[in-house]
Design a protein around this ligand. Structure first.
Ligand code: ADE
Length: 229
């Protein structure tokens, strides 16, 4: 059967999934820890990548080298689209890297030379994630562009800049690295982020209060997806 790779950046983002794993076994591979087993009828490999694009890229490469066929990233993000609120869910349409700047050499802001500007999430996985989110009582879910960078965003100016410059819906620190690596392997992926804050002046406080609560929402979406596959 197909193996689905599930990645989260932190323990809070994967814990409930590893807890439900049947016939689970844990092993090390290329510097990352993997939890293998059955989850809601699917063969899965769950891993925590750690924070930031380098960790995310490294773990994605290790996961792909184990032969998985699909990647689902679950976690929290800061909301960027005006009106989005803590607890809302953003499902990636595509991902960009907002901290890339090679403009002095004439390249578009956010573009890594000789790479694509954004990486598209798989349409079927997006649809499945949205359908699964809409089944969860009281959850507001949208599809949108997700921006990643090695920065915790906590200013209204930065949020406005990100929205106006890149039409971003949510900001986080790993998704686009997963997307870049998975795209090179030709493996479909989707990023599901529940909003822990709105990336403004209160983001640090909101993040600490809401992160453990809202991370559960993103995991519920993943659970629903696995049940529907
Ligand atoms: N993850 C959750 N909130 C975030 C923020 N404001 N910036 C970057 N990553 C985040």
């Amino acid at each position: 059967t197909a193996t689905i790779g599930i990645i989260g950046a932190m323990d809070e983002e994967i814990h409930q999934l590893t807890a439900d794993l049947l016939d689970g076994q844990t092993f090390q591979h290329q510097g990352s820890t993997f939890h293998q087993g059955r989850l809601f009828g699917q063969q899965v490999l769950i891993t925590k990548c750690g924070i930031g694009k380098v960790n995310a890229a490294m773990t994605t490469q290790a996961l792909l080298s184990l032969g998985i066929q699909k990647i689902i990233f679950t976690g929290v993000a800061g909301g960027v689209t005006p009106g989005l609120q803590v607890g809302d869910i953003v499902i990636s349409t595509d991902l960009i890297q907002h901290d890339v700047d090679v403009t002095p050499l004439g390249y578009q802001l956010g573009l890594i030379p000789d790479e694509q500007f954004s990486w598209n999430a798989d349409e079927q996985l997006q649809a499945l994630a949205l359908e699964s989110a809409q089944q969860i009582e009281g959850i507001h879910a949208v599809k949108g562009r997700i921006a990643s960078g090695d920065q915790f965003i906590a200013s209204k100016d930065r949020v406005r800049w990100m929205h106006d410059t890149f039409q971003v819906a949510a900001a986080e620190m790993e998704g686009a690295a997963v997307a870049q690596v998975a795209s090179k392997w030709g493996v479909p992926f989707v990023v599901i982020r529940s909003l822990s804050d709105t990336a403004d002046g209160e983001a640090n406080v909101d993040y600490r209060s809401f992160m453990p609560l809202v991370a559960i929402r993103a995991k519920s979406v993943v659970r629903g997806m696995l049940q529907r596959m």
